[in-house]
Design a protein around this ligand. Structure first.
Ligand code: UDP
Ligand code: MG
Length: 308
């Protein structure tokens, strides 16, 4: 059976649409499937729609999980994977931006023995300029520091049961699905897809949430920013050596009072560098603090299942 995990946040108009679109693709091929909807604290009627589906649909298994509040897409993916029962699982957006037809291609690759099949964006679809530039910068940073190509990557993936079992064993709270699935290794393949327009509703990302998502995922995946601090420290030390020698020479030749501008500039630069560095260290400290508290990733308030 193929389990499809769909994170849901205010998607009341897309639930039934997602089910019919997926069934239309899978049923003719005789692929048995299960839909795991994870309601990530929606403020609309999304969960009522999911409950409705679980009561009426008979040709597929429907599981609906409902969080007590919005915990974010990563938490939703994790919970969905933990509750999926199929021997192969796919994660896709419920706004149908990830085309269900691609599931077939992924499924064939899985049958050929691939264990992670990654959906890669052929085109990024309609996104505004700022978003595109931001995404590019963000993924460049991650690619540089981890060596994993990320710009075109997405959360649209199919994973073998083996991989899912390893993934749900990971204990970190701040988890980054896109990057971790490649960290896990296994035999992987890539399928290209075109990002479609949202079926209905609006994107859940604001600039603010994007920035915090970016910082969160960078700090959860790499310590490169901390190495940057060391690097800037070394550069500054070299600079200090040169200026130090110059100051001593000036003092020895009796011109010591000059150079007040340099002093001001140096204080400003070192001051801001130290504060930025403390901030970066602070992010990692906060991460350690969050991890060490060991709180659950999400709270599941209610589970609905179709009877079959
Ligand atoms: N989503 C979620 N929790 C959130 C934000 C989004 O579960 O806090 C879900 C959303 O319902 C959708 C998917 O994640 O199925 C992708 O979200 P969205 O379409 O808003 O992002 P975009 O496609 O614009 O990157
Ligand atoms: Mg979307």
């Amino acid at each position: 059976m193929l389990s499809i995990i769909l994170p849901v946040y205010n998607e009341e108009n897309n639930i039934e649409r997602a089910y019919s679109a997926i069934r239309e693709v899978l049923a003719p091929k005789g692929i048995d499937f299960e839909l795991v909807f994870v309601n990530d604290g929606s403020k609309d009627n999304s969960f009522e729609k999911i409950r409705g589906l679980s009561e009426t649909v008979r040709d597929a298994k429907i599981i609906g999980l409902s969080f007590s509040r919005n915990f974010g897409k990563e938490a939703a993916i994790f919970a969905g994977l933990s509750h999926a029962t199929g021997e192969v699982c796919a994660v896709m957006d419920c706004d149908l931006q990830h085309p269900p037809e691609t599931l077939l291609e992924m499924y064939e690759l899985w049958q050929q023995g691939f264990e992670i099949i990654e959906g890669v964006k052929r085109s990024r679809g309609k996104e505004n300029f700022l978003y595109k530039a931001f995404a590019k910068l963000f993924y460049k940073l991650i690619s540089r520091s981890t060596g994993i190509e990320m710009y075109r990557s997405s959360d649209f993936k199919m994973l073998d049961r083996k991989v899912v079992n390893e993934y749900i064993k990971l204990t970190e709270r701040n988890i980054f699905f896109r990057a971790l699935s490649s960290w896990l290794g296994y035999k992987s393949a890539v399928v290209e897809f075109d990002v479609k327009e949202r079926a209905s509703g609006v994107t859940k990302w604001s600039i603010k949430s994007l920035v915090s998502y970016a910082i969160g995922s960078i700090t959860s995946f790499t310590t490169a920013p901390m190495q940057l601090i060391t690097l800037s420290g070394v550069l500054f030390f070299l600079f200090a050596l040169v200026l130090g020698v110059q100051s001593i020479v000036k003092w020895a030749t009796g011109h010591a009072l000059e150079g007040f501008t340099t002093v001001i500039i140096l204080i400003l630069i070192t001051g801001s560098l130290i504060m930025i560095s403390l901030g970066i260290i602070g992010y990692y400290l906060a991460r350690i603090y969050e991890e060490i508290k060991g709180r659950p990733r999400s709270i599941i308030e209610e589970i609905v299942k179709s009877p079959n």
